[in-house]
Design a protein around this ligand. Structure first.
Ligand code: HEM
Length: 83
């Protein structure tokens, strides 16, 4: 399935991320915290080989609960300044 999924979705850019919720192609996440939580879960599943159609790059993501605040702050730093 993974091979057949390649280039089927346009991966969204992260620029001005705070102003483009909901996130992912199906709008399944409302907040950046939700997305980091998602990556924490799927990367753990990828390492345990329990994630269907995983990508090898996901296995190398190792986020702790303490990383969430700083990673969300980084993603917010990609916002445009409209004021
Ligand atoms: C900790 C690391 C990562 C962070 C913080 C991150 C962050 C994000 C965010 C914020 C989005 C949503 C963008 C939007 O909807 O506007 C996104 C989507 C996406 N990311 Fe990541 N990402 C990470 C790792 C990865 C990796 C390793 C891959 C590929 C193996 C990946 C592939 C994708 C794809 C394909 C989407 C689009 C999904 C969809 O539209 O449903 N990301 N990512």
């Amino acid at each position: 399935m993974l091979d057949r999924a390649i280039a089927r979705f346009k991966t969204p850019g992260l620029r001005d991320l705070s102003h483009s919720a909901p996130y992912m192609h199906n709008g399944q996440f409302d907040t950046l915290d939700d997305i980091i939580g998602f990556y924490r879960v799927v990367s753990t599943q990828a390492r345990a080989a329990t994630l269907r159609n995983d990508a090898v790059r996901l296995q190398r993501i190792a986020l702790t609960a303490g990383d969430v605040t700083s990673l969300v702050a980084f993603l917010k730093s990609l916002n445009e300044d409209y004021q």
